[in-house]
Write a protein that binds this ligand. Structure first.
Ligand code: XMP
Length: 505
């Protein structure tokens, strides 16, 4: 299924819904021509929603020949208006813009809304409305502001809905996609985690052949799933390099090593480089300087090891489909690795193996589960590359790392016990560079506070502080102060992003 992008945020969501209905979908730019679509031979085309009006000077246009290809088409919101406008219907300002939950009344006719209730709640977001459908179309639903809220021309295979079936606020939106996919397009529901893996394995095998391949493993979900997939494809031809900078959370290095060595019997080089990193960081307090030092040293260590495996021709990378869409570029066959493992030098050139580049994050997780990665890795909250160094304000010393590791473990443990780990985007401890006075066992203490940070977010671009229940905060506070020497106060960070950021540095 091709999803023509007439407004990026909607297009991604539509592509995901289509895949959730087990049909493979790809997003294509609105400049795509009818000829290009024909060459790709899709099972159907969806025209996404978008911010424009069909009458705007800079209105997004499509090649109208697309509508004459004989390929089933579904227009959503702006896409619906484009269809109406192109085929001789009327799009007008009715004076009733609709935003948000809207009551829609169906006629009971047609394929798209088949079996759905006569009255249903749908999510709208539009100014203009289709007031008359083009010739040959049947109107199958309307709302107060949209006389033609849904329409279809079954024999031409063209369908349109003014509302957004892709958003969660349209409760029965998934059925609209299923009707379009299974009835109108006759698409088999064959895109499953099993088929994703089968296709990836075949693609990786044919790309790599008998060559050697290396993969930088971080313990995060993307690099872990990419490594597991490539290992399933080419076994011992893969060597993973896990540069452990010693700035990971408690037990993390061991867990990554155990998972890959024992579980997958993978060639793994675990480079324990904590001393090198701590030496390089000694006395450095400026956040950007810390990041730069860690980034550069990371590359140097990776490069040293990679050079030892001198016959490796390929490098695995965990690029995901949203990165591909956002970069807006086609596939570049030979790319220097330096955007990727964080800036490898220009003279180190590998062919990239990107087994996840067609997948959304939820599909990556499903593949990870299917390949047997443990839930701790598959469902792990994001963790920054520079690790705890950006959560220890000021000097990063072994002593302060150990204090933060112990306290952070308690934070995550209590959040897990409360059943909140999966709902919260990130939850962790921060160790600031101040100390304050406390009293413990009749003794005066002068120790660090722990800042607890827990945020809710969709994509890390914006975030809000999590409203943790008081009893969870209390459990964290009392355990941290009882169990972690060096901390005598616990504070909760109630800053949103913006104006703060999620990490403290
Ligand atoms: P901020 O602090 O900018 O973080 O709100 C946004 C998200 O990015 C993560 N983060 C990083 N991830 N390397 C990474 O791989 C980094 O250097 C890095 N810095 C921040 C952060 O944890 C949050 O999820």
């Amino acid at each position: 299924m091709l999803v023509v992008d007439l407004g990026a945020q909607y297009a991604q969501l539509i592509a995901r819904r289509v895949r959730e209905a087990h049909v493979y979908s790809e997003i294509v730019p609105r400049s795509i021509t009818a000829l290009e679509i024909r060459e790709r031979n899709p099972i159907g085309v969806i025209l996404s929603g978008g911010p424009a009006s069909v009458y705007a000077d800079d209105a997004y246009e499509i090649d109208e020949e697309i509508l004459a290809l004989g390929v089933p088409i579904l227009g959503i919101c702006y896409g619906h208006q484009v269809i109406a406008h192109s085929l001789g219907g009327t799009v007008a300002k009715t004076g009733t813009a609709e935003y948000g939950r809207t009551e829609m009344v169906g006629t009971g006719a047609g394929v798209l809304l088949d079996g759905l209730p006569e009255h249903q709640s749908v999510w709208m977001s539009h100014g203009d409305s289709v007031t008359t459908a083009p010739d040959g179309f049947t109107v199958t639903a309307s709302t107060e502001g949209s006389p033609v809220a849904a329409m279809e021309n079954r024999s031409a295979g063209i369908f349109g809905v003014q509302y957004h079936p892709e958003v969660a606020h349209t409760p029965r939106g998934d059925e609209v996609f299923k009707h379009f996919l299974y009835e109108a397009c006759q698409a088999p529901p064959s895109w499953t985690r099993h088929s994703i893996i089968e296709e990836s394995l075949a693609a990786v095998r044919s790309q790599i052949g008998d060559s050697q391949v290396i993969c930088g493993l971080s313990g995060g979900v993307d690099s872990s799933v990419a490594a597991a997939l490539v290992h399933a494809a080419v076994g011992d031809q893969l060597t993973c390099i896990f540069v452990d900078h010693g700035l990971l959370r408690a037990g993390e290095g061991v867990q990554v090593e155990e998972t890959f060595r024992r579980h997958f019997d993978i060639n793994l080089i675990h480079v324990k480089a904590q001393d090198r990193f701590l030496d390089a960081l000694a006395g450095v307090t400026d956040p950007e300087a810390k990041r730069k030092i860690i980034g550069e040293l990371f590359i140097r260590v990776f490069e040293e090891i990679a050079a030892e495996i001198s016959d490796a021709q390929f490098l695995v990378q965990g690029t995901l489909y949203p990165d591909v869409i956002e970069s807006g570029t086609g596939t570049a066959a030979k790319i220097k690795t330096h955007h990727n493992v964080g800036g490898l030098p220009d003279d180190m050139v590998f062919d990239l193996v990107e087994p996840l580049r067609d997948l959304f994050k939820d599909e990556v997780r499903a593949v990870g589960e299917e390949l047997g990665l443990p839930a701790e890795i598959v469902w792990r909250q994001p963790f920054p590359g520079p690790g705890l160094a950006v959560r220890i304000i000021g000097d990063v010393t072994l002593e302060r790392l150990e204090i933060l590791r112990a306290a952070d473990t308690i934070v995550v443990d209590e959040i897990r016990k409360a059943g909140l780990y999966g709902e919260i985007w990130q939850s962790f401890g921060v160790l600031p560079a101040i100390r304050s006075v406390g009293v413990q066992g009749d003794e005066r203490t002068y120790a660090y506070p722990l800042i607890v940070r827990a945020v809710m977010s969709e994509d890390a671009m914006t975030a809000d502080w999590a409203r943790l229940p008081y009893d969870v905060m209390e459990a964290i506070s009392s355990r941290v102060m009882n169990e972690v020497p060096g901390i005598n106060r616990v504070a909760y960070d109630i800053s949103s992003k913006p104006p703060s950021t999620i990490e403290w540095e």
